[in-house]
Ligand binder design. Structure first.
Ligand code: SIN
Length: 525
């Protein structure tokens, strides 16, 4: 087993953003190494996206789309980034998803793409593949990626840390040169060893951080790996207090977190208590259940606190035709049924959950981070598009557009990039102890509870300070334990989760105003 791998281009993660970068570069004739921590690569954040992806329609235009993005972003969106997304999005979507990987988007009765409306969009512009758009995209993309002759896909490989000249090089003089990313230390789960992947260009595409919260719509792997690694490597990380919470995550003792799409309320379902009484009219008499996402999520929280109840419910069957339920939501129906909930006749238990990180690793319009030769694309990155709050269905498109842009920049600048850095030593394996899964589970659960209760939907300075004290103490313990333990994927995730939790909490404490999805009950105007 070779401990060292050399590659021109290393991509960490294979959701829509990493997949797009890989595909564009490989199609242009470059050899690319893609790693994913999943043994089954399709289970990325992209895979679980239910809503749709923004395309366009005859009533739409880039200016209108830009305005909608800026409006959602609560004055904090970077207009240049919003404009890029609006102007380039439809063409990139057509080129990659429709023409290159042939995603089976739903068609209307005339055989054309079925374009629908979503909350906070001025016109219909969203296309979908029933209620499992992300899954359709990920499967189509991976079908092409896994057989591409220019792509080496390494599954079951978890990035441990980014390699930088100033942190890792044996050449002492590199300390005086500008820092640069030269690849990553990567844990091969099957061989149980840490390898060096030395690369001339590295692209982070690790997805989000929802799983550092107790309730989330994200899969288990969304534990802030990319943000923590980039932070340790010295890259700028911004806007991390802006965590978008989704109002409706399926709530069942035995079930993993999963999203119940906003589209369910879009067709008429209502939020109710166990006896079927709706409550949203109390909080927003005009929009009721279709009030903005953050308003609905905070209202649910308030009901849960006041009534001391673990969840509220979505009532679909009292308000929506059976035929519509079946045709629109086959995936949600199947997943709920696995836990004994028949959405055509039962109430669906739901709670709010962390959904999307609007901030992340700062990148420019080409996906370049502040660290030389390191790029970031997708949810791990912060392009400025989402500002302080994200417009629904923009994230897949952002992954696509910045994935393609990063590929273009990498291809254009590869000739000038430094050659493989040979001064990086093999991993120094000091870990002797088998990590105790109970300890890892307990620490992860502490992080999730602290984040949910003190850094969640409604924040206040005294709670954030308390969270920071607890998280810092925990981080010291975890870091000590990490140094003496044998490597596992869970241990890597725990270390990243606590670092990301500290980053998010520090940002939330520093921002004393309520803006977008960062809501402080002690806000100063
Ligand atoms: C949803 O389907 O409710 C989520 C879609 C999104 O967040 O873009």
């Amino acid at each position: 087993m070779n401990e060292k791998i050399e590659t021109d281009i290393l991509i960490i993660g294979v959701g829509i953003a990493g997949g797009t970068t890989a595909l564009k570069l490989a199609d242009a004739g470059h050899n690319v190494t893609v790693i994913t921590r999943a043994n089954e690569p399709k289970k990325s954040n992209t895979y679980w996206a239910q809503g749709g992806i923004i395309y366009t329609s005859p009533d739409d235009n880039p200016d209108l789309f830009t305005q909608d993005i800026l409006h959602a972003g609560a004055g904090h969106t970077y207009p240049k980034a919003a404009k890029i997304l609006a102007e380039e999005g439809p063409a990139v979507l057509k080129e990659i998803l429709i023409d290159r990987v042939n995603v089976p988007f739903d068609l209307n009765k005339d055989g054309e793409l079925d374009v629908v409306m979503e909350a906070a969009h001025s016109v219909p512009r969203i296309i979908h593949a029933t209620d499992a758009t992300g899954r359709a995209i990920e499967i189509a993309m991976l079908n092409v990626i896994k057989d591409h002759p220019n792509i080496t896909l390494l599954t079951g490989h978890t990035a441990v840390d980014l390699l930088t000249t100033n942190h890792h090089s044996k050449d002492r003089m590199s300390l005086y040169e500008p820092p640069s990313c030269v690849g990553a230390y990567v844990f091969d789960r099957k061989e149980r060893m840490v390898k060096r992947i030395l690369a001339r260009k590295t692209i982070l595409a690790t997805g989000g951080l929802g799983n550092i919260f107790l309730r989330t719509t994200n899969p288990k792997g969304a534990r802030g790996d990319g943000i923590a690694m980039a932070y340790r490597a010295g890259a700028r990380v911004i806007n991390t207090e802006y965590i978008q919470f989704h109002p409706t995550t399926f709530h069942h003792e035995m079930a993993p977190n999963f999203l119940i799409s906003e589209a369910v309320r879009g067709v008429g379902a209502r939020l109710v208590h166990e006896d079927g009484t709706p409550f949203m009219q109390k909080y927003d008499p005009e929009w009721k259940d279709l009030a903005p996402r953050d308003v609905v999520a905070r209202s649910i929280r308030q009901e849960m606190i006041e009534r001391d109840i673990p969840n509220v419910y979505l009532d679909l069957h009292s308000y929506v035709d059976q035929s519509e339920i079946k045709s629109h939501f086959p995936n949600i129906a199947e997943r709920c049924m696995a836990y004994g909930i028949d959405i055509s006749k039962d109430l669906i238990p739901v709670v709010p959950g962390a959904h999307y990180s609007c901030g992340g690793v700062w990148v420019d319009e080409w996906g370049k981070t502040s660290l030389d030769q390191l790029y970031a694309v997708g949810e791990v990155a912060c392009t400025g598009v989402h500002g302080a709050n994200r417009l629904a269905s923009t994230s897949l498109l952002e992954g696509l557009v910045w994935g393609a842009r990063a590929a273009k920049d990498v291809a254009n600048s590869l000739g000038d990039a430094p050659s493989i850095n040979e001064t990086i030593p093999p991993w120094n394996d000091t870990g002797q102890f088998e990590p105790d899964p109970l300890l890892i589970g307990q620490d992860m659960s502490t992080i999730q509870h602290v984040m949910w209760n003190y850094v969640g939907l409604v924040r206040a300075g005294y709670r954030l300070q308390r969270a920071l004290r607890e998280l810092r103490h925990l981080e010291t313990e975890i870091e000590r334990f990490y140094r003496v333990s044998q490597m596992t994927d869970d241990l890597i995730g725990l270390r990243n989760a606590v670092r990301t939790a500290v980053i998010v909490t520090t940002a939330a404490l520093a921002n004393k105003q309520s803006i977008g999805c960062h809501y402080r009950e002690d806000a100063v105007e």
